[in-house]
Design a protein around this ligand. Structure first.
Ligand code: ATP
Length: 329
């Protein structure tokens, strides 16, 4: 796992102490959005620190895209406040410094990937050499001269990332950058994101793919039904491990373990004790059980994945990556 910038002064889980974070790239508070009578965001707080990769997670319809669009000034807030790169969302000076990938990027199908980027570079008064640099970065140099219409979805996404990178922006906002990609496409995108982060870019990305987020992101915010339900580093969100204990009689074992750890940290799953426990608790619980005459036949640790947490807080299963398709563009 990547070293985590700012990991030494971590937020407590499910709290955003944005005022305590020095020099944030993005600070949003109380984001509220209503479409007619329907409220889709209910006071989201979100802070992204300089140099970090922040993963924004949530099931379909949770409000991820709406939040990102508000940050980019593409959607108007009903209530709340956003400061991004020391400016207001949508202001030209801010937009110039953000690379964005929101939904499928639009390119001319009959032009090559390289010529599409050259057109964008000219519009932005950037040299053609920059086109070659970004094509190389996203590993599209060899197919840069092929027509965009023939690109796979993964290649289209990478060309979209290359376009976002043209002005070398300090902040990247990427909506589902791995959506629809196959495992090879996902791995390529992950590699690009890592290299961008290592080069000092700040990245805010939304995703359904929890394994990806776990590998790439420094901090994660989970939203469900327009509310932020958890925020923290991946380790904070996973919140310790579970200790499974096979013991008989089970009810007596539950009682003894409850006395040692507190009843709220003890449950029974599939006929075994499941304990929310720290490293030193295994021997304490085992000793107490044996002393009480309980027969203990096994103890094992279980790591909680981000997926477990996601399911707990959103009651939604994570989505599997779809196979890579030829896009229609
Ligand atoms: P997905 O992963 O499916 O893209 P999401 O988390 O990005 O979902 P949003 O696209 O932000 O979710 O949508 C949040 C809610 O707002 C959804 O219920 C959606 O139907 C609604 N919504 C989004 N845009 C509009 C709009 N222009 N008018 C009315 N409702 C909208």
């Amino acid at each position: 796992m990547r070293p985590r910038p700012g990991g030494g002064h971590a937020d407590p889980v499910s709290q955003t102490s944005s005022d305590a974070i020095p020099d944030p790239v993005l600070r949003a508070s109380g984001l509220t959005k209503r479409y007619g009578s329907r409220q889709v965001l209910h006071g989201i707080d979100l802070t992204v620190r300089r140099g970090e990769v922040y993963g924004f997670l949530g099931p379909n319809g949770a409000g991820k895209t709406t939040t990102l669009r508000i940050i980019l000034g593409l959607v108007r807030l009903t209530a709340g406040r956003v400061r991004v790169l020391d400016g207001s969302p949508g202001s030209p000076s801010v937009l110039r410094r953000i690379g964005m990938l929101i939904e499928s990027p639009a390119f001319y199908p009959y032009l090559s990937g390289r010529d599409n980027l050259r057109a964008l570079a000219r519009y932005r008064r950037l040299p053609d050499s920059r086109v070659d640099e970004v094509l190389d970065f996203v590993e599209l140099t060899s197919s840069g001269r092929a027509r965009f219409a023939g690109y796979s979805l993964g290649m289209k996404q990478r060309l979209g990332l290359a376009a976002a990178l043209l002005p070398d922006p300090p902040l990247l906002i990427l909506d589902e950058p791995t959506n629809g990609l196959d495992p090879a496409g996902i791995a390529k995108m992950r590699g690009s994101l890592r290299r961008l982060s290592d080069a000092g870019h700040t990245i805010l990305l939304s995703s359904h793919l929890l394994g990806e987020v776990q590998q790439v992101c420094d901090r994660v915010g989970m939203i469900a039904a327009g509310r932020m339900v958890r925020e923290g580093t991946v380790d904070e969100l996973r919140g310790g491990r579970r200790l499974t204990v096979a013991a008989r009689p089970l009810e007596q074992a539950r009682e003894v373990a409850g006395r040692v750890l507190g009843t709220d940290r003890v449950s029974v799953v599939d006929g075994q004790l499941s304990l929310l426990a720290g490293d030193n608790d295994a021997s304490r619980v085992n000793r107490a059980l044996v002393t009480a005459g309980v027969d203990v036949s096994g103890l094992s640790w279980q790591e909680r994945s981000l997926e477990d947490i996601f399911f707990e807080v959103t009651q939604e299963p994570a989505l599997e990556p779809a196979g890579e398709r030829k896009g229609t563009s």
